[in-house]
Design a protein around this ligand. Sequence first.
Ligand code: NAI
Length: 311
Amino acid sequence: ATRRHLSSSSTRMAVNNMTVFGGGLMGAGIAQVASQHGIKVTLCDLTDQALATSKTMIQKSLSRIANKKHPDSKDEQQAFISGVLDNVTFSTDPQASVKDVDLVVEAIVENIKVKKELFHMLDGECDAKTIFASNTSSLSISEIASATTPARRAKFGGLHFFNPVPQMKLVEVIRTEETSDETFQTLLDVCKRMQKRAVSCKDTPGFIVNRLLVPYMFEAVRMLEREDATAEDIDAAMKLGAGYPMGPFELLDFVGLDTAQHIMDGWRLKVESGEEKSLSSDLVAPSGLLSQKVKEGKLGRKSGEGFYKYN
Ligand code: NAI
């Protein structure tokens, strides 16, 4: 019994290499930080063009870090940047990318069908030891994992990073009903290795951060719709009165109005179908003002205008 206890609580796998699917904003950041901490990384995307963009993003981020790390030496800056980049292999071949890999982290488009197809294919390609993780913000980890065999589902969890990955300290580690202790421990260890603070949460809508932040941002928009206060005053109030680094409208512009709306739309569908009981229908009600802005292409910082204008 003692041995069993020991093996279930202390067994974990050392992750020495990982493959990241999706070289966008999140995937490039995850690949970079893993490589910075000595994990060998393969970054897989659909096209060479996408991968070239990923590489540029990583290079830019590393240059900023290198400038701070070695302010007086261009040589040391360059050595740091190439050291990290040498650890990353860029690939458009998904099958070849997952040979012998310890961990797969998926950060492709937020589409349940596409994610399930990818994991179903990978399940057939990967060793039995390979752990699978999704970086999804709004989809159910169990539902994505259902595209794989039961043995793999024990090795499936969520690793939810935050944007920008190199700067944001937090990772939410999600365990489903089927995630094994060993898998969960391994995911926590990977976060530690990447020098992130891991928090764990069950597989629930929005996990911890978005479950609290998205309704808060929507509530701010509802205040504005009722003309209770202006966006500027609501932001100033939350910064100066609650100590938040950004007000809700600044945060919406940063996150992307479309992204916030997409998360809320997903929740509403689950509430309406009776699948989700932890959210109320008032909480997930659409916002006319937010929908209007998204329709007009005012998506926030990335489009140059959201609740504020940017140049
Ligand atoms: P993005 O649109 O910047 O990047 C997605 C990348 O995946 C693109 O380069 C695309 O070419 C690639 N891709 C699509 N299908 C693929 C496939 N089958 N195989 C390989 N690559 C494929 O998206 P972003 O923002 O990086 O988000 C990725 C994931 O991370 C989504 O699930 C999103 O919900 C989640 N997330 C996003 C955050 C954010 O702030 N943007 C924060 C935390 C999680």
